[in-house]
Design a protein around this ligand. Sequence first.
Ligand SMILES: [Zn+2]
Length: 416
Amino acid sequence: MHELAVWNASQLVTLAGPARPRVGAEMRELGIIENGAMLVRGGRIEAVGKRPEIERLVSTETEIVDAGGRVVLPGFVDAHTHPVFAGNRADEYELRAEGATYAEMAARGGGIRSTVRRTREATDQELMEAAKRYRGWFLRAGTTTIEAKSGYGLTLETELKMLRVIRQLGSEACLRYVPTFLGAHEIPDEYRGRPGEYVKLIVHEMLPRVTAERLAEYCDVFCEPDVFPEDRARAVLEAAKACGLALRVHADQFRGDYGSLLAAELEAATADHLEATTDAGLRALHEAGVQPVVLPASVYALGLTRYPPARRMIDLGMPLVLATDFNPGSSPTASMPMALSLASTHLKMTPAEAITAATINAAYSLGRGGEIGSLEPGKSADFAIHDAVDYREMAYFFGRETARAVYIAGMRMALS
Ligand SMILES: [Zn+2]
């Protein structure tokens, strides 16, 4: 069986700890081993310790990976992304820089509707090619697992097309994909003025096909009063739950204590965004065991100033998750190190808290806490060697592609 020893890590950041998401002061405990090393056998972590302890276990057959005095982290788990779409919105980005507002661009048919138009027209091959480019960006940031949402098709066939592309990407074993059905991302143009009809399409046609083909593990809804208000969001989420899908909710991005209360009531796995949430929403989520997912890159990229109350979430003891929200409109970044920087600068999370939120807590939010998210014996050997000597540099020196080598299940990934 193929064996690998990683050593000469300035810090092996293990995130070892209890077999559950980390809360409160635990989020600062990274389980760091200075001059750390790790033995991997058959794609799984066999042992973790100081270099001399691991050196004793090595045979002549063992492949040696010298970390070169750098930091080794578990692969980041990005628990909220929209990584499959056609075209991009660089033109709108330029217009916004020149002073155009979101409302003006929406009136010109821009925003998410332009991405939907192009994604509908794209072939599977075109979507794959674009998504492979973004896959490289995730990997070069040190990310090894992403949650991947549909939601730019908004017809039965084009939503299935997106989910099949996600399945194909996952089967290539270059990055792990966890698929989420987001048919309720927006009301498509052809259903303007009759949103109830679109909800029926989701419930009666899309969800049964998605589940029959096992194309998704989660169902997500963009729950805001003027997109999918509470009653319509509830109809979709309840139907998804009945089909056996677990739930994630785009909640409280603009209206406070709205989607969060629904996510709590339906015991969703996560409530994501939460920029506008107050203590009532947070307490409801906490009592229901829903993990909050904060997405500071979407606040930054929209040029807004209201960041989610991450400090309050940690103080309440909530198992916080940090993700990029990679998408062509509000958060065009696949960089978890960028999210770490934003978390420390704007959310006032320590670098350690941010790393915990981007690894082990994120893994639990995707039902994979026993498999990935930390470097502990028995887990899959998903890790990255970063251009950093101290883990805090990951958040501090921002705007870099930090990963020098990335492994998934003990296999070295090509970073080109
Ligand atoms: Zn999103």
